[in-house]
Design a protein around this ligand. Structure first.
Ligand SMILES: [Zn+2]
Length: 260
């Protein structure tokens, strides 16, 4: 009787765990608001990290009031503030701009000789030659140098991003192990996301990171996920600042100035 009872409960537990399994994740991009809104100074948080987490385990972005650079890696959020340090942000913090996906890399390549930013772009372009596909990727390994930046939290009235980055703190990390986390976005997302490559970095020992300006990796592993089923953009319905932002002008040169 006892054995029968325990078998019965084991079956119930198995049934519960099976129904609790997530179906295979959809191969798409979810992003919060638009890059041009961020460029104009819309730094109000639109979505909590808890809600953003429902749409992916991998991504990059920033935080309410532009309080640092965001990394979402293996389901964990990291915040690199303007002091260069790595923080664990609360789930209740909101983001004005972020881009996430479920990371399921299907392409892998070993890096055995030193390469820089431009050479990494070429390697990913050769792995995923279709330029109108998004790619999400990581590069884990040993770096001889990584130059990153972060951005300081802003006060209202918020200045445009191009003014903030004129005084951005830049960090020179030398001889560090860590992970590049990035996206390649197609040209057609101009105004919505960052066309081309956008990378953030996180040191293995969590001693630093940020938005990547330049690097050289000496050896490591590149993993790439082409993400091409759909692009979903969250348009904050209640946000006055987003609703009123001037999104009629071409901000390509501003974007180039703040990203590079
Ligand atoms: Zn960035």
């Amino acid at each position: 009787m006892t054995t029968f009872k325990s078998m019965f409960f084991s079956l119930i537990l198995l049934a519960i765990s099976l129904t609790g399994c997530r179906t295979p994740p959809p191969n798409g991009i979810t992003q919060v608001a638009t890059i041009d809104a961020l460029l104009t100074g819309v730094y109000d948080g639109h979505m909590t990290l808890a809600d953003l987490h429902k749409s992916g385990d991998f991504g990059i972005g920033t935080f309410e009031a532009l309080d640092g650079e965001m990394i979402l890696l293996e389901g964990h959020f990291y915040q690199i503030r303007s002091d260069g340090r790595v923080y664990h942000p609360a789930d209740s913090i909101r983001t004005p701009f972020a881009c996430v996906t479920w990371f399921n890399p299907h392409l892998q390549k070993s890096i055995t000789a030193p390469i820089n930013f431009k050479q990494l772009e070429k390697q990913i372009d050769s792995l995923v030659p279709l330029q109108n596909q998004f790619c999400a990727f990581t590069l884990r390994g040993s770096f001889s140098r990584v130059r990153t930046r972060s951005v300081p939290a802003q006060k209202k009235p918020y200045p445009p991003l191009v003014d903030v980055t004129k005084n951005q703190p830049v960090f020179e990390l030398g001889a560090v192990r860590g992970t590049l986390i990035g996206f390649r976005a197609p040209a057609f997302v101009k105004g919505i996301n960052v066309p081309g490559y956008h990378l953030h970095f996180l040191a293995d020992d969590r001693s630093g990171g940020g938005h990547v300006l330049d690097f050289e990796v000496t050896d490591g592993t590149l993993e790439v996920d082409s993400v091409n089923d759909w692009l979903r953009v969250y348009l904050p319905p209640e946000s006055q600042s987003f609703g009123q932002a001037n999104l009629t002008v071409d901000r390509s040169s501003e974007l180039n100035a703040v990203e590079k």
